[in-house]
Design a protein around this ligand. Structure first.
Ligand code: TF8
Length: 338
């Protein structure tokens, strides 16, 4: 090849390359994204927020900057949701349970003993049912990108080991700000008190409440073992987290920018679920080593709880709509048959 010919080819290639770069460059503008979350930086939530931030930076050539802000420094979940709806904050990750006041179908995820294992969780959340519920947020000013795993919730308290439902009698139990949780734990005999997560450690420390329920990971990362003696493995509900975007802001983004966020959200989801599961599998031993007394709820006792909750199941069905309720049961049968 002649020198001239080589130069021409190289120049043509450079032009083509810079054309595609500048197309991308035009479509991706410098953006600052405030991404709020409730747990601390050392938690599974904090680690995955960092992965999300890194992915967005990488895919946008550093133009889109995610500032991950943990420990509810931008406010508890419900406050951040309102900031997103109003367009004052771009993104957050938090509990689906605190969204029920905005999108009632989210109450489906609060159904006690709905999901038995993580395989069912992933299939249901990433499948048509999960998508459908996520899409309902759009009318309310929010865009749901992906579900992360909060996890199977377990009970802790500072009063006594809970081995049967009667042991919950009179225990002041913090629950999330959500009617299904309130109603479930009242029905089980606890004195259920709704409270934002950001208030919880202080409330446990001062004995304003005796107990709470959260996955192992959170009991560990939020150091609840310092103020809670008893842990009962109940696995009473599988809680998702959901990554949310302000719709007001999302609608101003180019397709390329939206794709950067969606792709990064999916990468963060896959990382987060794996990380959370690894941590959860070791957490019981860690919590015992920190001095917690752990007991597992006997299957017969779990059945007794479930029976007591019949009325709550009916309430959830009404809340989310019978069509969705039945479609979910059918989807679960399908998942379990696989
Ligand atoms: C709870 C939730 C919390 C989440 C978190 C702050 O008990 O399980 O982990 O809301 O995003 O409030």
């Amino acid at each position: 090849m002649t020198f001239l010919r080589r130069t021409v080819i190289a120049a043509a290639a450079a032009v083509a390359l810079s054309a595609s770069f500048s197309a991308l460059a035009q479509d991706i503008k410098p953006r600052l994204i405030r991404f709020g979350y409730g747990l601390n930086e050392q938690s599974n939530q904090g680690r995955a927020a960092k992965v999300f931030a890194d992915e967005v930076a990488k895919a946008s050539g550093g133009k889109m900057k995610v500032r991950a802000i943990g420990a509810a420094a931008l406010g508890p979940d419900t406050q951040m949701q309102q900031a997103l709806i109003g367009g004052a904050q771009e993104m957050m990750v938090g509990s689906t349970a605190t969204l029920v006041g905005i999108t009632k179908e989210m109450a489906l995820w609060d159904t006690p003993f709905l999901i038995n294992n993580t395989k069912e969780a992933d299939a249901l959340l990433d499948g048509p049912i999960g998508e459908k519920i996520k899409d309902k947020l759009q009318d309310k000013g929010l865009v749901g990108l992906v579900y992360w795993e909060n996890g199977f919730r377990n009970l802790t308290n500072s009063k006594r080991p809970v081995t049967k439902v009667e042991d919950l009698d009179g225990i002041k139990l913090r629950v999330m700000q959500n009617n299904v949780f309130l109603s479930s734990f009242k029905t089980l005999g606890a004195n259920a008190i709704p409270m934002a997560f950001s208030e919880l450690f202080g409330a446990l420390e001062t004995k304003t409440v005796d107990g709470q329920e959260n996955p192992y990971n959170t009991i560990l990362s939020s150091k609840f073992y310092e103020v809670q003696k008893y842990l009962t493995v109940t696995n009473h509900v599988y809680s998702p987290w959901i990554v949310l975007v302000s719709k007001k802001w999302w609608d101003q983004l180019s397709k390329a920018e939206q794709k950067v966020l969606m792709d990064a959200a999916k990468t963060s989801r896959d990382y987060e679920r794996k990380d959370t599961r690894e941590e959860a599998s070791k957490a019981m031993a860690d919590l015992k080593a920190k001095g917690m007394l752990v007991n597992e709820l006997a299957p017969a006792e779990a059945d007794r709880m479930r029976n007591k909750l019949t009325r709550v199941y009916a309430e959830i069905g009404t809340e989310v709509g019978m069509d969705l309720w039945i479609a979910t049961q059918n989807e679960l049968l399908k998942i379990r048959g696989k």
